[in-house]
Design a protein around this ligand. Structure first.
Ligand code: ACO
Length: 704
């Protein structure tokens, strides 16, 4: 078991700042600890001494050590004003505290970064770890410990909650206790000055009570560590995440909220998918999924049957299935297997429409049939309010069938639509732990979440692709080193072409000309039409300063173009040193794509693919992955963009060379991850043909 055991299963704890005043946070925490059934040693600490809630209060930790001989305190919960925290942390080393839970606000979230760092430094130097600061505490079902100032009634169960927002966390504790949902742990991570989600995932991922981990995040500090941990844990547990800060405004709000920067949302989204993590839109959706995932087994297949007594709701369920990636059981087989159960005017396609004439008996027969047919892997059952369906009978049907479905590993979801009728049923069943959704989309979204996990867990694990030898990387490092020594922050196009050659990515024919005569002779060699691009260590964006001329068809045009490029740059950027002009083959048009890699501030190296030109600029039709990736992931990235059919070949065109794109993605991802001096590497456009690709423009930016 990891060192986190002392945090989740402490044998002893002190509440420092335990107050005599019942209204204060330090008092509430102590009261929750005492009422939750915790069996370890509890020490309130307060300079005033005396007694709180029947316990002797120690004036300080020194007294605690001397009087009780406590030398191995597992947990110190600190609830004193920020300015007193440092002193308290220093004192905690006297009792060799393992973990400090710092409730106090007033640190990095309000700009007090230095003090926060100092506290963590003191703690770590003395072998202590810090949860927080700016947290509401920790609940651990295994230790029967509620060391929070949230609600006192919490039911033990299988969902672990890790939250960055204290307010949302406390509200969520209220909600789950109201709904009778069982939790294994609730941890508030606050400013994450030391312990972060990855540390907690490490413990929760191995804890047998926990089946689903739900994490509310605002920003990610150590993304690469998080990816590694999520990849490992999500093979064993379902992980549901809400990441606030999706919109630009939201991102700014999140950044000032807990003092951490929200990373780019698209990257976060891609990374979560890569790790098999479910990302919910909002808290209701997240809790729906959690509740369903702890109860439902993984199905054996993907074919879902819909049973309904309302045609309209059936159609909505079908739409929802498409939206959430739930596949339907074959219509023809429904016809064969269900026609004798459906009234004449009902539908024997999927959804099976039992019509408004449906009685509980109709549902029984349909569900019995669904149980018998092996190919049906899961069922969506919809009830619409009807005089023929008394609530008592519906409850009976659900209670009769749900356990059998789960036993046979056939997940089943229920949705009820109506007024008081529906509420009565869902309230009664939710008390017994059975979830009945009032909205068909919520039901299907939960089943979709399970199928997302089913697919992730069923994919064969594949090793990361590695296409480059160390020699090649070494050559690239040398080019980069040279550029850095010359004080440049980007590579010249001639250097970029050299790197393309090292990587084996085809590039245009080119030659460097220092005079017009040289340009004429290089053009003859390459063959018209050609392009001219000025080469200057000061100019990264050449076309912005008139440094590029395309489609030059003959010597006459070349002379004019040469003049235009050289004088244009001289006028607009008189300080730029012009090394020469690159004469470059005009590459035959292919499908314009963009392949890029960069070091994301949160997640480290990432790769990007998209269709170039307006597709990337206007449509933002791109896909991302954190690097490294497997060959299959590279192929999935390409298949994921909306304009993928263009690469498959439209209107009789040949399919494009997707394999070569995938190789290019992997290669440049490898360069960025193995040459840390490169911050951005982008081929835009990379022309793709029926066979092969060609890099038309390459930008390589170096870190300062
Ligand atoms: N050691 C032990 N106890 C001490 C010490 C010390 N060195 N110094 C003072 N105390 C005692 C005080 O005497 C007091 O006890 P008393 O009421 O019996 O006199 C107790 O500690 C608390 O100190 P106060 O000065 O009264 O501070 P108060 O309780 O008002 O506030 C708190 C402390 C809660 C830590 C506050 O400063 C704070 O940060 N509040 C915000 C907490 C928060 O929101 N956390 C974020 C997550 S949750 C969310 O966002 C909803």
């Amino acid at each position: 078991m990891s060192e986190m055991k002392r945090l989740f299963e402490p044998r002893s704890l002190a509440v420092i700042g335990a107050s005599h005043n019942p209204e204060k946070i330090g008092h509430k925490i102590l009261r929750n600890i005492l009422s939750s059934g915790y069996e370890g040693r509890v020490y309130p600490v307060n300079p005033k001494g005396g007694e709180i809630l029947g316990l002797k209060v120690y004036r300080n930790l020194e007294e605690l050590r001397k009087e009780v001989g406590e030398r191995e305190l597992d947990l110190a919960i600190i609830s004193v004003p920020a300015k007193l925290v440092r002193r308290v942390v220093e004192d905690c080393s006297k009792v060799e505290a393992g973990f400090l839970v710092i409730i106090s606000s007033g640190f990095s979230e309000v700009g007090n970064v230095e003090e926060e760092r100092e506290i963590v430094r003191i703690a770590r130097e003395n072998g202590m770890r810090v949860l927080g600061p700016n947290v509401f505490g920790i609940y651990s079902a295994r230790a029967k410990l509620n060391a929070t100032f949230g609600p006192s009634e919490i039911r033990p169960g299988k969902i672990a909650i890790v939250t960055q927002s204290g307010a949302i966390g406390i509200a969520m504790m209220g909600k789950i206790s109201h709904e009778g949902l069982g939790v294994s742990a609730i941890v508030s991570v606050g400013n994450k000055a030391d312990i972060d989600e990855s540390d907690l995932l490490d413990y929760l991922g191995k804890q047998k009570e926990t089946e689903v981990i739900f994490s509310y995040m605002e920003g990610v500090k150590e993304g690469e560590k998080l990816i590694k941990k999520l990849r490992e844990v999500s093979r064993r547990k379902h992980v549901v995440v809400i990441k606030a800060g999706r919109s630009r405004r939201g991102a700014i709000a999140a950044a000032s909220h807990t003092g951490s920067l929200a990373g780019s949302d698209e990257v976060f989204d891609a990374v979560m998918r890569q790790c098999g993590v479910l990302r919910a839109e909002n808290i209701e959706e997240a809790l729906d999924w959690c509740r369903f995932l702890v109860r439902a087994p993984l199905p054996r297949g993907e074919e879902t049957l819909i049973v309904t007594n309302g045609g309209g709701l059936g159609v909505m369920a079908t739409d929802a299935c498409e939206k959430y990636g739930v596949k339907l059981y074959d219509d023809q087989l429904v016809l064969k297997n269900f026609s004798d159960l459906v009234p004449e005017f009902g539908s024997t396609k999927n959804p099976v429409d039992l019509t408004g004439n449906a009685t509980p008996e109709h549902y029984r027969k349909a569900l019995m049939k669904a149980l018998e047919i092996d190919e049906i892997s899961s069922v969506i059952t919809i009830f619409s309010e009807s005089a023929l369906l008394p609530p008592k009978d519906i409850i009976e049907v659900i209670e009769e069938f749900e356990p059998t479905f789960l036993e046979k590993r056939k997940p089943i979801v229920f949705s009820m639509f109506g007024g008081a009728f529906a509420e009565e049923i869902s309230e009664e069943l939710s008390r017994k732990g059975v979830q009945v959704f009032n909205e068909v989309y919520r039901a299907v979204s939960s089943l979709g979440a399970l199928y997302y996990r089913y697919r992730y867990l069923n994919r064969k694990e594949e090793g990361y692709a590695q296409l480059l030898k160390e020699d090649s990387i070494e050559e690239i490092r040398n080019i980069v080193k040279n550029a850095l020594e010359e004080g440049r922050t980007f590579l010249l196009s001639t250097e970029a072409w050299k790197i393309m050659d090292i990587l084996g990515i085809p590039r245009p024919e080119y030659g460097l000309a220092r005079t017009l005569e040289e340009a004429i002779s290089v053009s003859k060699e390459i063959g018209y039409p050609v392009a001219l691009k000025v080469v200057s260590p000061q100019l990264m964006h050449k076309s912005d300063v008139g440094g590029v001329q395309l489609n030059i068809r003959n010597e006459e045009e070349l002379k004019n173009a040469y003049q235009a490029v050289t004088t244009g740059v001289r006028i607009r950027e008189p300080k730029a040193q012009v090394i020469g002009v690159e004469v470059c083959e005009m590459v035959p048009k292919g499908v314009e794509t963009i392949v890029g890699s960069r070091r994301d501030p949160s997640f480290g190296p990432i790769v990007l693919f998209g269709l170039g030109g307006i597709y990337v600029e206007v449509m933002k039709d791109v896909s991302f992955r954190a690097f490294p990736i497997s060959k299959r992931e590279a192929m999935e990235m390409i298949g994921e963009i909306r304009s993928f059919p263009i690469l498959l070949g439209v209107r009789g065109e040949k399919k494009k060379d997707i394999e070569s794109i995938s190789d290019a993605i992997i290669k440049i991802g490898e360069v960025v991850s193995r040459v840390p001096e490169i911050s951005d590497f982008e081929i835009n456009p990379l022309f793709v043909y029926g066979r092969g690709v060609k890099a038309v423009d390459v930008k390589i930016i170096l870190s300062k």
